[in-house]
Ligand binder design. Structure first.
Ligand code: ATP
Ligand code: MG
Length: 276
């Protein structure tokens, strides 16, 4: 059994709350491998963000375990290794941006690591190039667009060179262009060999994932490939998960006998199938 990856084993998590405890996760198992992109979808309150917070030890499971490359996330002697192995990016970039100009913001993490100046410079330049913000080093973050801000937040995480990344609805606050940029970036980070968990409420986002986890009231309702999930669109509707129009159309056309793939369908492919 390989130790590498983020491994959730029968994880339970309960929030203590004044009105009664909330069982947010009730026995979830998932192994995210290096270089793999796992999308996590599910209705509101199904436990997606809780799973995210457990991935790098921000929360500790009440039962079961979470390990990162074999290290137990709850073991205090591994806290640093676990936190630096799993970079996290949330919905709102404003909560993650700390610098007064772009390059300072990205340098913040590496500076805290006490790295030499040259190394910091190299990491900042590389992270900004990866996210496509080269040339904006001296720009004040509040002058950036929403999508640029989110890419800056991602650069700040990348400068720490994590092997895994968790994204919790990273495009929720972005316009379509900003959203596309961030999704493309997530793809590239996966092809660099990083293991990625992408929590999303856009079912369109699952198309490029290697696997999809559907959380339902804190349990895994489904874990498999996007194609397997899209085989039964009716099931998705029952779970309250709505396919975007192009995926609904594809599903209907496949039912009517047209030869179309289940995921990554573009409008031209539909036109080509209808009017060969
Ligand atoms: N700090 C907290 N204290 C008490 N209960 C909480 C807390 N955070 C989350 N919960 C509850 O735990 C459950 C899972 O919440 P979680 O935020 O993980 O769901 P989610 O799938 O991310 O939802 P959303 O789609 O709305 O982001 C919900 O019932 C939620 O109300
Ligand atoms: Mg959430």
């Amino acid at each position: 059994m390989t130790a590498s990856g983020i491994r959730f084993s029968d994880v339970h998590y309960r929030y203590p709350a004044p009105g009664g405890a909330v069982d947010a996760l009730r026995g979830v198992s998932l192994h995210v491998h290096p270089g793999e992109l796992v999308a996590v979808v599910g209705p509101n309150g199904s436990g997606k963000s809780t799973l995210g917070l457990l991935s790098n030890g921000l929360l500790a499971p009440n039962m079961g375990s979470v390990t990162v490359d074999g290290l137990d996330s709850t073991d205090a002697s591994h806290t640093w290794d676990v936190r630096s192995s799993v970079g996290v990016v949330f919905q709102n970039p404003d909560n993650q941006i700390v610098g007064t100009v772009v390059e300072e913001d990205v340098a913040f993490g590496p500076e805290n690591l006490g790295l030499p100046r040259e190394e910091i410079r190299m990491r900042v330049d590389r992270a900004l190039a990866t996210v496509g913000l080269t040339g904006l080093e001296r720009r004040e973050p509040h002058l950036l667009s929403g999508g640029q801000k989110q890419r800056l937040a991602i650069a700040g995480v990348l400068a720490l060179d994590p092997r895994y990344m968790l994204f919790d609805e990273p495009t929720a606050m972005l316009d379509p262009a900003g959203r596309t940029d961030v999704l493309d970036l997530i793809e590239r980070l996966r092809s660099d060999g990083r293991g990625i968990i992408h929590i999303t409420h856009h079912l369109a986002d699952i198309a490029t994932a290697d696997r999809v986890l559907v959380l339902l009231s804190g349990r895994a309702g489904f874990l498999g490939t996007p194609s397997e999930l899209l085989e039964s669109p009716g099931q998705l509707a029952e779970w309250g998960l709505e396919l975007p129009p192009i995926m609904r159309l594809t599903a209907a056309l496949r039912d009517a006998g047209y030869d179309l793939p289940l995921s990554e369908v573009r409008p031209e492919m539909i036109a080509g199938a209808l009017w060969p």
